[in-house]
Structure formats: structure tokens, C-alpha cells
Ligand binder design. Structure first.
Ligand code: DTR
Ligand code: ZN
Ligand code: ZN
Ligand code: CA
Length: 446
């Protein structure tokens, strides 16, 4: 049976040709608002960048922990847990529509792998690249170092796919092998590129340790533009940052920087000790390392500060969305429609018809078109609301002394305060006795 919920893209011309709806422009105000309570760190400071669910990032960390458990307690270069980690990440990216490439290399008598994931589209001569190392030391599972960065960029990549992002620049993600032996994998990757291909990388962002249990908020200060992008993000959150001062040589951004590519990144701290000044601005414990399990067996899934991981991952998404320059949505918009009939009980409870919107970035339009067709013998009985995915409801029509049949119109709603993606509902209630009807169809144009 054909599913009644149709989602199809229509250009304005096609829409106009097929449409018979009268257009009534009525700007309606929200009746009730409910805040997005999922994520305390979410702030609307970027047009379009999503709030990455930290639970998803943690789910990847739980998988990496299981992989270590099943492979002798680590995910180190040359050990079975490393290849299992690569296979896990690759599987997620392949399913999300990335073009993935495994690059193998040999180091210390063992085979290592880099995983490169390209998001189709964007200007191939302007590449924004984001990376993290996927290997651990052999002493432990490496969940903060660097499961955290690996999972954070993985979930950002999956969010790119969920949003159907159409970036102006080309987006590429990399998971590096054998970082713990001196940035071996990332250096092999750069060596494998021609000078021309290296010159196409506009910038490289590195994320090595972003969920330290006693966290700091360090921003790489190599490139002024990339540095200020992250500082802007954190100042919007009201979180202080410090420049990352441990030197440029300590992670996979070093080979990129040496190749003349602008680099940036975030770091929540390793074996250095948090000072009392740092504890007063960031919380946590002064006199203790940012990560006291650095390079040891206790770097497990318990060795993560969820708030730091959450903020850092949202910052990655912010940077990716901002740097890749999301292109404009198609003119005329996309139509999402539900044509399933829903009976409206006489003088009874409200009924709802859902439409799930996917593939949009950012918030709904300030002039969201809501086409409504309700068959009813006395439309004056009907109260109609649009309910946004976050629960905000917009009154489209009140009941009244209107004896005509049927509603067949298009309302315009300022829905710019709520995210576009998610399940929207048309809610219809019949508040007067005797006359009845049903929701015939309705649609949203984004
Ligand atoms: N080299 C990383 C950890 C590390 C230590 N200091 C920094 C500074 C910036 C990025 C990373 C690091 C490792 O052990 O993998
Ligand atoms: Zn390390
Ligand atoms: Zn590391
Ligand atoms: Ca009625």
C-alpha cells in the first residue's frame, strides 16, 4: 500500500500549475512556546548549524569502548581493535551517503589505515577538512584520547547527512591511524596528495581530546580566522576559552600546518594540571590533570565530561556549517504533504495529522505556507492550529459564526523561531454540535 504521507520537491512553477488553493495571508502569533529542553548548551548563534545530540556522540563512545573490550582492551595501531574501530565508523558514514576511502599504510611492521569521508558536492577546489585520530595507545581503550574527537566529528558528519547540507565548499572528514606513534597516518595522507590537491584544502580542523573529565576549553591559535570562529562560538555560550599553548607539534594538525594549510581545533586538556584560576572559570578541580587517565587503562567511557563533549561537538558543527558556506535553498521551496483523511469527531476532542520534515537546515521560514483542506458541513465549528516539532502551536483559525462549508486555504505563519526539521502537526477541533467532517489534506512549503 502506498504511504499516504508524501514528500516531494516542487519548484514554484510546478506548484503554481497544480495548485487551486486560495491564498490568504494571515500572520499569526505563537499561542504557546516550549523551549528545546534536550540540550542545555544550545544557543541560537549560528544560522543553520544544528544542535548535535550529545547522547549520539556518547553512543559512539560506548561502541568504541565495546570494541576495545572485545579486542584486548585497546584500539591501538597494529591491533585488532583499531581495524574494528575503522569498520564501525566507515559503516555509519557509508549508510549516511558519504563516499569513503580506506587508505592503508605500513608502520612498525603493521598495517594502519586512514579513513577519508567525502560529502558529495561543493566546490572541489575549496575543501574544508575536519579530522581526528582513531587509534588509542596500547595501554587502554582511548575513549577521551581520541574516541571523543572521533565520535564528535562522526556525529557532525551524520548531522550533515541528516540536514542534506548543500555546502558551497567541499566537505571532507578524516580519521587518522597511528597518531600515537607521531602523527603517522595524517602525515601519510598529506604525502599522498599532490601539491595541487594540498592547495585545494582551505583549512583543516583537528579534534584530539574534547571530553576531558576535568575539562578546559582550549582553542588552537594558529590561524586568526579559525581561532576567532571558535572563540566567537564559545563567547556566545558564555564559556571562557584559552589559547592552546602546548605547542603545535602534538597532534594531527601539525602535518597540515607544515604543508602550509591553515589549521584550527579544540582541546579540553591532557596531562597538564588545572590551575586554580582555570578551575574558577571552568569549574572542576584545581591541582588535578585535565585528564588524569591520559594514556592509561582508565581512559574508558567513564572518563568523559558530558558538558565539555556536548559544547565541543556543537562547536564543531558550528564551524563546519559556517566554513563550508551552506548554499541558498531552492527558490519556490519544498512541499511536504499529508493526504491521509482524518475524521473530526463532532463537538469532540482535537485530532491531529502529522507531517515529518527532513533535510532542512536551521529554522522554519518567517513566512511558512500552510495549505489546509478540511471537508466540513459548517466550518464555523472548527478551531485549527499548527503545532511545531518543539510543541509551539500557532492558531490558524478560530471557531466563529461562519456558516460556510469546508476550509480550503493557505495560511502564512511566522515560524522562524523553531527548527524546520521534525514532525509538524495540524490540529483540528470541532467545538460545535451537529456538523462534522474530516481533514482532507494539508501541506507545508519550506
Ligand atoms: N598528542 C595528543 C594529546 C595532546 C596533548 N597536547 C595536545 C595539544 C593539542 C592537541 C592534542 C594534544 C595525544 O596523545 O594523542
Ligand atoms: Zn594520545
Ligand atoms: Zn590524541
Ligand atoms: Ca460539529
Amino acid at each position: 500500500m502506498e504511504h499516504p504521507l508524501l514528500q516531494h520537491a516542487l519548484r514554484r512553477s510546478a506548484f503554481a500549475a497544480g495548485a487551486t488553493l486560495a491564498v490568504t495571508a494571515a500572520l499569526v502569533a505563537p499561542v504557546a512556546a516550549s523551549a528545546d529542553a534536550r540540550d542545555v548548551t544550545h544557543h541560537l548563534i549560528s544560522p543553520g548549524a544544528p544542535d548535535i545530540p550529545v547522547a549520539n556522540v556518547k553512543a559512539h563512545l560506548a561502541q568504541l569502548q565495546s570494541i576495545a573490550n572485545a579486542n584486548g582492551g585497546n584500539r591501538a595501531h597494529g591491533r585488532s581493535g583499531y581495524k574494528a574501530s575503522i569498520d564501525y565508523v566507515k559503516g555509519k558514514l557509508d549508510a549516511a551517503g558519504f563516499t569513503t576511502t580506506l587508505q592503508s599504510f605500513s608502520y612498525g611492521g603493521s598495517t594502519g589505515w586512514n579513513l577519508i569521508a567525502d560529502w558529495p558536492g561543493g566546490d572541489a577546489s575549496h575543501v574544508v577538512m575536519v579530522g581526528a585520530h582513531l587509534d588509542s595507545v596500547s595501554a587502554g581503550p582511548g575513549i577521551n584520547d581520541d574516541g571523543s574527537g572521533s565520535a564528535g566529528i562522526l556525529e557532525t558528519a551524520l548531522a550533515v547527512s541528516r540536514a542534506g547540507l548543500k555546502p558551497a565548499k567541499h566537505l571532507r572528514f578524516g580519521w587518522w591511524g597511528a597518531e600515537e606513534y607521531g602523527m603517522v597516518g595524517s602525515q601519510k595522507y598529506l604525502n599522498s596528495l599532490s601539491a595541487t590537491d594540498r592547495s585545494k584544502i582551505d583549512g583543516y580542523l583537528n579534534f584530539d581530546m574534547i571530553g576531558s573529565p576535568n575539562p578546559g576549553y582550549f582553542v588552537y591559535d594558529d590561524d586568526a580566522k579559525l581561532d576567532s570562529l571558535f572563540r566567537t562560538y564559545f563567547s556566545g555560550l558564555g564559556v571562557a576559552t584559552e589559547p592552546e599553548t602546548e605547542g603545535d607539534g602534538r597532534s594531527d594538525h601539525a602535518p597540515f600546518k607544515n604543508a602550509g594549510i591553515p589549521v584550527g581545533g579544540l582541546f579540553s586538556g591532557a596531562d597538564y594540571i588545572k590551575t586554580s584560576a582555570q578551575a574558577s572559570k571552568w569549574g572542576g578541580t584545581a591541582g588535578v590533570a585535565f585528564d588524569r587517565c591520559y594514556h592509561s587503562s582508565c581512559d574508558t567511557s567513564a572518563n568523559i565530561d558530558d558538558t565539555a563533549l556536548d559544547r565541543m561537538t556543537d562547536a564543531i558543527a558550528y564551524a563546519v556549517w559556517t566554513l563550508s558556506g551552506e548554499s541558498a535553498p531552492p527558490p519556490g521551496g519544498t512541499v511536504f504533504e499529508n493526504t491521509a483523511d482524518v475524521a473530526i469527531p463532532d463537538a469532540g476532542a482535537a485530532v491531529e495529522s502529522p507531517i515529518t520534515v527532513t533535510g532542512r537546515t536551521g529554522n522554519a521560514p518567517a513566512a511558512l505556507k500552510v495549505g489546509v483542506v478540511v471537508k466540513h458541513s459548517w466550518r464555523g465549528d472548527l478551531v485549527i492550529d499548527l503545532v511545531a516539532p518543539n510543541g509551539t502551536s500557532y492558531r490558524l483559525k478560530n471557531s466563529g459564526n461562519d456558516s460556510a462549508p469546508d476550509v480550503d486555504t493557505t495560511y502564512t505563519v511566522n515560524a522562524s523561531a523553531v527548527a524546520a526539521n521534525g514532525t509538524w502537526k495540524l490540529r483540528v477541533q470541532d467545538v460545535g454540535p451537529q456538523d462534522t467532517g474530516y481533514i482532507d489534506s494539508w501541506k507545508l512549503t519550506f
